[in-house]
Design a protein around this ligand. Structure first.
Ligand code: 5GP
Length: 190
């Protein structure tokens, strides 16, 4: 999505450790109309996939997930990152290594919100090594539901997580794929 690439070039900041900061429009302050525009793109990509639920992970996937789910007219489900008193009964969980924090956490979803009938579209703000996506895929698999694919706002292609998942047969659609980035510039995959 050209407009997202332009926005990344204009407002993104490359930080140490291969981290792209896009807090001004995407994951701290959120440009709502642009987020809806990105969600429309995802909706047209997956319109034939009979999506019944959108799944993301707190916190930064929620805004995009909400916009995508509302266009499909289905619920947004988000995995919690910490043990929560709000998640009771049987839980589905996956251990995930956080790229940005460098630690492991347990992502959990109440089992009552996913059934074997569900066709799940997974969304997230970023895709780097693919750990978060793998954890969410495990949760869907454990529920006996189907993953129709994953929709990502920004994939850092040079970290390889997206391509590894594609090779395993997962449909991964990213609105912008960064091929390389450094303080001197950012290039995108064509
Ligand atoms: P992965 O699990 O694919 O290695 O990393 C994806 C997760 O890490 C996303 O949920 C996202 O929150 C976070 N993340 C990875 N790379 C970046 C980055 O460059 N910038 C920001 N803001 N978040 C990132």
């Amino acid at each position: 999505m050209l407009e997202l690439e332009e926005r990344i070039l204009r407002d993104g900041r490359v930080l140490e450790g291969d981290v792209l900061q896009v807090g001004s429009f995407l994951n701290q302050q959120i440009d709502t109309s642009f987020t809806i525009k990105m969600a429309r793109e995802v909706h047209s990509l997956f319109s034939g996939s009979s999506v019944t639920k959108v799944l993301t992970i707190e916190a930064s996937g929620i805004a995009f997930g909400f916009a995508v789910a509302s266009l499909f007219g289905v619920p947004l489900l988000f995995a919690k990152k910490s043990k929560s008193l709000n998640v009771d009964g049987t839980v589905l969980s996956a251990r995930i290594h956080s790229f940005t924090h460098g630690n492991d956490y347990q992502a959990t979803v109440s089992a009552e919100y996913l059934s074997s009938e569900d066709r799940v579209l997974i969304v997230d703000d970023f895709l780097a090594n693919g750990e978060a996506l793998r954890g969410l895929i495990k949760i869907v698999d454990d529920a006996g539901a189907s993953v129709v694919g994953a929709a990502i706002e920004i994939e850092k292609g040079f970290q390889g997580g997206g391509d590894r998942l594609r090779r395993e047969g997962i449909r991964v659609e990213s609105l912008a794929i960064i091929e390389s980035m450094s303080e001197s510039g950012i290039t995108f995959r064509r």
